[in-house]
Design a binder for this molecule. Structure first.
Ligand code: SF4
Ligand code: SF4
Length: 168
């Protein structure tokens, strides 16, 4: 008598989240496209994640166009009576916000490598943010050079020029 064929166990779900895979692929494709577009512009440092929006209702449009002139990557353009955005070219630098004559017209939000998110829509907010970032950088540089007060004093002492020995 032939042995009865064993019943196959139902296969376990693979644990792959298709939605997550698709989102990841889309993100990578977008990133690649950005790199290709930005390469000829020789942009070395830029924010990889961010968003930019323009409030068409408050924008002064044809009378202004200052954001278009200020954009270093030509991500902004004039088309059909309004300012358009090529998102892939935007490096979220904030130059357009800094030059915009209307508060809260352009809103930029960007993510740092640390995961920190910055959002600004007024020139004064952008300037304050830049000052804070510059101050942080300065503090970091000084802390690296002189980790403690003791170290600072020690280095200073070492650098002090020696006095000439007294003449006999
Ligand atoms: S944030 Fe910078 S790169 Fe993006 S549109 Fe504004 S000026 Fe151009
Ligand atoms: S700078 Fe501001 S107001 Fe002027 S065109 Fe650009 S978005 Fe509009």
């Amino acid at each position: 008598m032939k042995p009865m064929p064993r019943k196959r166990k139902p296969e376990k779900p693979s644990g792959i989240d298709i939605f997550q895979v698709l989102t990841q692929t889309e993100k990578e494709t977008k990133q690649r496209k950005r790199e290709e577009l930005l390469a000829p512009l020789n942009v070395k440092q830029y924010f990889t994640e961010g968003t930019i929006t323009i409030n068409k209702a408050t924008c002064k449009g044809v009378e202004c166009k200052l954001c278009i002139k200020a954009c270093p990557t030509n991500a902004l353009f004039w088309k059909a009576g309004e300012v358009g955005i090529t998102e892939e070219l935007c490096i979220y630098c904030g130059a357009c916000v800094l030059n915009c004559i209307v508060d809260d017209c352009i809103t930029v939000s960007r993510k740092r490598e640390t995961g920190e998110t910055e959002r600004f829509s007024k020139p004064k907010d952008f300037t304050a943010l830049q000052h804070a970032i510059d101050a942080q950088k300065r503090f970091k540089r000084v802390s690296e050079a002189f980790p403690t007060v003791k170290e600072y004093l020690k280095r200073r002492k070492r650098k002090k020029p020696r006095r000439e020995s007294a003449k006999h």
